[in-house]
Design a protein around this ligand. Sequence first.
Ligand SMILES: [Zn+2]
Length: 273
Amino acid sequence: MLKRVGLVILLSLAAAGCAVSPTGERTLLLNSPAQMNALGSQSFEQLKKKQVIEQDARINRYVQCVADAIVMQVPVEYGYAPQDWELVVFKDDSVNAFALPGGKVGVHTGLLKVTENQDQLASVIGHEVAHVLAQHSNARMSQQQVTQLGLAVTSMALAEKVDSNKQQAAVMALGLGVQYGILLPYSRKHESEADVLGQELMAEAGFDPREAVSLWESMAEQGGKTPPELLSTHPAPSTRIRQLDDQVHYYMPLYEEARKAGRRPECDRLKPQ
Ligand SMILES: [Zn+2]
């Protein structure tokens, strides 16, 4: 009986939160954008208190210049105005960047050492902004919530048969690897979607979309013994690089149009040597 109640809850949750992602994938979103934005902002405030923030004005101007050009191209239907975005450069040698719901973007200074030019940096920032626009945090958390609910239902069902110690052990075993968290790696599907949307954003901002391919190729080469942190959260298998490469011919016209229309970011002149 309990099991059946659980199923009904699962099904009605699934019906309530189904949405379509920017690339047309059906996706389960159980949390409201307002909830997610609050969670994102909260987490970002905590990170700012815990981590060292880069104070070098030149570095900040360089990264901000790239981010500004990208967020200017976010279509209005996503509900973000350019001034809604907050960018923070963290003084951290690990090669990483991330984004949180509510328009929060974090860039580690380590990333600036491997990105050879503004276009490569733009490909990472575009990708991170795309995760926010596609509500990937919400999708990932919703998946975890369904799993958690599934576990709760299983534990109720188990409770009828076994004593509470065994029941707890069973739930813990099932729960292994199931974590709530806003900074966990995304699925391959989300990575691929962020690549598509991110490369489009960078091209529209006037950054060369071919540089996204170059960056991931050199990241993959650097793999080996001590892979950059970005690789552990953003695996760069050949399929991923091929996808970026395949998209280039599609985004080159957008890039050329952007250049013609005067969108020619020159953040490189600020790039710290
Ligand atoms: Zn990603």
